[in-house]
Design a protein around this ligand. Structure first.
Ligand code: SF4
Length: 259
């Protein structure tokens, strides 16, 4: 059974050959960019912040730094690569900076009404199966839900772009389809751009959500009807670990190993 994710749709949009390599041919690749590695460790730490261990206590930032440091070291592996000319310490500190921005906004007690963190979701859109993971879902007990998404990268989205964004719109559709979620008065979508300490928030109308649904359906239709998967060479190739499998590239990606 074919199961889509938002990142699959996004990969198809950015380069359809990469989509084919990853999701049709299912070529395995253990390489990872240092930015993605850092983002995952920030996510791990934010998940820990909202764990049972920290409920109803004040969490010193020192402990957050210690957890981050520990998860960074224990997750480190040999296949992490860096495109830019920055040292590993730069990315390590950037992750800490993201956490500090979050801490000073929400800490030290982190008493938000958390329903779940790293919530696995599976749902349907136009008969197609989807899955994903919601970073955090909050519930106020009165029918009001917030879907949170943490972004540790350097790009942000403008307010109009968040209104058009398909990723969190898909998560909203997933929440609306979850059988155990009965009482829904409102669903807010909230992005946390952690490097910049910036937040954006959207509450869709039925009309705006339908508009995005239609766009997503068109994207699935393009994938389902694709006969050729063309390579699309852009700046993003620098962060692509599939040069050995790509018809447009003659060499291996010249990125350097992060040490
Ligand atoms: S190297 Fe570039 S063109 Fe080739 S698969 Fe990767 S993203 Fe696509």
């Amino acid at each position: 059974m074919k199961i889509y994710s938002y990142s699959q749709l996004n990969t198809f949009k950015s380069c359809s050959e990469k989509y084919k390599i990853m999701y049709v041919d299912e070529r395995k690749n253990t390489k990872e960019g240092i930015e993605a590695f850092m983002g995952k460790r920030v996510h791990d730490t934010l998940e820990w912040i909202y764990s049972q261990y920290n409920i109803k206590r004040s969490v010193p930032f020192k402990e957050i730094e210690e957890f981050y440091d520990c998860i960074w070291k224990s997750s480190w592996h040999d296949e992490i690569y860096s495109v830019r000319d920055f040292k590993t310490e730069f990315y390590y500190s950037l992750g800490k900076h993201c956490l500090a921005n979050y801490y000073y906004k929400y800490g030290p007690e982190f008493n938000q009404s958390v329903y779940a963190t790293e919530l696995m979701i599976s749902f349907k859109l136009n008969g197609f199966n989807f899955r994903g993971i919601i970073d955090r879902l909050d519930y106020d007990g009165e029918g009001n839900w917030i879907v949170h998404d943490y972004k540790a990268g350097k790009s942000t989205l403008s307010a109009p772009a968040t209104k058009r964004d398909g990723q969190l719109a898909l998560y909203q559709i997933a929440v609306m389809q979850k059988p155990e979620i009965k009482n829904i008065k409102s669903i807010e979508l909230r992005w946390h751009f952690l490097q910049q300490g910036l937040e954006r928030s959207v509450i869709h109308t039925e009309e705006s959500l339908n508009k995005i649904k239609n766009k997503l359906k068109d994207m699935i239709h393009s994938i389902e009807s694709a006969e050729y998967f063309e390579p699309k060479e852009t700046m993003l190739c620098n962060w692509c670990h599939y040069w050995d499998d790509c018809s447009a590239k003659q060499t291996t990606n010249p990125v350097r190993k992060a040490l």
